[in-house]
Write a protein that binds this ligand. Sequence first.
Ligand SMILES: [Zn+2]
Length: 302
Amino acid sequence: MDKSGFIVGIEAGGTSFLLGLAAIKDIHNIVISKRIETVSPEETLGQCKKIIELWGKSHNILAIGVAAFGPIDLTEGSEFYGYITTTPKEQWKFTNILGFFEKSFPSMVCTMHTDVYPPALAESKETFESPSISTAYVTVGTGIGASVCFEDESTIFCEAGHASCPVSRVDQLTGFPGVCSFHKCGCIEGMACASSIAKRAGIDPSELKSLPDDHDVWNNVAHYLAHLCLNITLMWRPKRIVLGGGVMQRSCLFKLIRMKFVKYLNDYVSVPPVDKYIVPPKLSHPGLIGAFYLASRGLKKL
Ligand SMILES: [Zn+2]
């Protein structure tokens, strides 16, 4: 592998795409980055192409890693391998993301995964105890996604964000139906994603930052996220659960989630001290660094 080259990481989210460039030998150092809005696939992917072409004029880019919102098809040999498939984002249904980059940049190695596994991989390596520790990464924003990266870098490819859990007492009283278009009341994403919080508070999702920390909705949302942490713990027993994404910028949520998680787990199994177990990301850009890991892994396979 030519270690003097560069790689591009793309955090392809439902609201925006973040592109970054890094040297292969120093993927924690983002040389340049650019955020663009997620509009139509033609426009957004077209912009990505122009940006990478521009960066390519002054850097020897060898690989691209894409961490994409989904659901995506990762079954090798499948007709839709590398596609975003049944997303609620109408324009993006069955978009061949991987194919687009492979066709646009035939000399580069293109690798794609979900938007949760790469940050789980990147965060799992953020430890001094061993090369990596099993880490679950949950993103809470427009949607809720989760992935677990184990010590050997294998992963659980799942849709844990749509798992169901008991409806909170407050939501039972108000009859809040959730916002998931696929599942009824009780789907964790439908009850705790950004638009569900905004709907309960009677504001637009873009105004969520204006909600005070003592608003009742945070306690209610923490109920669902604590249940998600509980389910992840019981099913996969990771050593750490990292909660990232736009909604988790609200730091008061961590205290509420930890408190409820301890109550719901009720000492059934032992976990590390909760403030070291349910934590914010250590990396400032786990999605982008994760996409760099994907790109370098693609090169190693050559
Ligand atoms: Zn759902």
